[in-house]
Design a protein around this ligand. Sequence first.
Ligand code: HEM
Length: 420
Amino acid sequence: LADESAQQTGLSRRRFLAGLGVAAAGAVVGGGGVAIADAANAAPASGTVPFYGRYQAGITTDQQDRLCFAAFDFVTSSRDDVIAMLKDWTTAAEAMCAGRATGSVAGDVNAPPDDTGEALGLSAANLTLTFGFGSSFFSQGGVDRFGVAGRKPAALVDIPPFKGDELDPGISDGDMCVQACADDPQVAFHAVRNLARIGRGTVVMRWNQLGFGRTATTSRTQSTPRNLMGMKDGTDNLRAQDTDLLNQNVWVGSNSDQAWMTNGTYLVSRRIRMLIEVWDRAGLGDQESTIGRTKLEGAPLGKTHEKDPVDLNATNAAGLPQIPAKAHIRLAAPSTNNGKHILRRGYSFTDGMDQLGTLDAGLFFIAFQNDPRTHFIPIQQKLSQNDALNEYIQHTSSALFAVPGGWNKGEYIGQRLFAA
Ligand code: HEM
């Protein structure tokens, strides 16, 4: 974010350039030497992802490298308070995603500044803010809190317990979630901090999770990162270019039980701790057969290259399956899950050490799908029973949120949920 004076200069420059018909920085127009120099100086516009659109940003957006995820609970029983806060969040979110502050940091010396200020001078860093509603938002203890209990989608179920779960309810669920992703950790942190400030008195933060390092790819142009087990992660993921598969598996169509969810999706989060010390003592062969891929290249076992197609029927010289029966990729593959694909968008995390001095680190798993009842839940049911990976992981938090379709300009976050 630039300071306010620079922002105004940036804006007026952009308007000036738009008037000239210059679409992007560095575009060459006839005799446009001055315009080119100006465009190069208009840094605040770089690295922004549109806040408005058919779908919310932060799902098929090229996955950014940093995460600040927060779940909030409402502390009001007033529907009007909820809507007023969502309107304020919309204004702030639009500004921050465009690389602007949420308000002035100068002015009245007797009042706190409107924006906390730590993102001034930073670019928008491709910030996206993705919002979702949890089951408890619609009704809690049988109480229709905000007059929308009848609008709870059938797919917003309680995630059932799975074998081996060690869930902490204090860091699970929540009335609303905000997924802030950016290529700068301070930009993501700033966004959640300022939404929390704006919401003070209406919401409290229930839990939050920082993530460093993406563990997936959401675009064909991105390289595959590695997770904290040192394995390439995100090789076989749904990506922005997979339009048909996204329509079948990720985006809610106009035929769902709740019209306000059209073009929306469901976000499942699972904080999965890795038992890193145990993993680090496992032999390379065990590590590779646990996942079903080689460590260095990330190739399916029995193949050479990362992108070689997985053949679950392939056998080795001894007639045994190349990809073992309990390998993670065999049990998670769409071909063994009724053809269901999920869009993974998780992050590595580390929260220091526990009281025994072992690392509290792992993967904050995030997945998007158009119905968790047919996607995440049955897949995880199977993984929790048989996945060889279970020896090395422990699920410590769980949440499910209904993520509405994208916002139109002039509309506030969640407006269609409340509209008559
Ligand atoms: C800490 C926990 C986990 C780790 C370390 C992990 C790691 C991996 C790795 C290394 C791959 C292979 C590379 C790739 O294709 O992306 C993979 C694939 C996959 N994982 Fe996970 N994963 C974890 C949890 C989960 C969970 C909870 C689910 C879903 C419930 C899941 C679903 C998948 C799917 C669908 C694939 C692609 C399978 C294929 O089509 O070949 N993973 N995972």
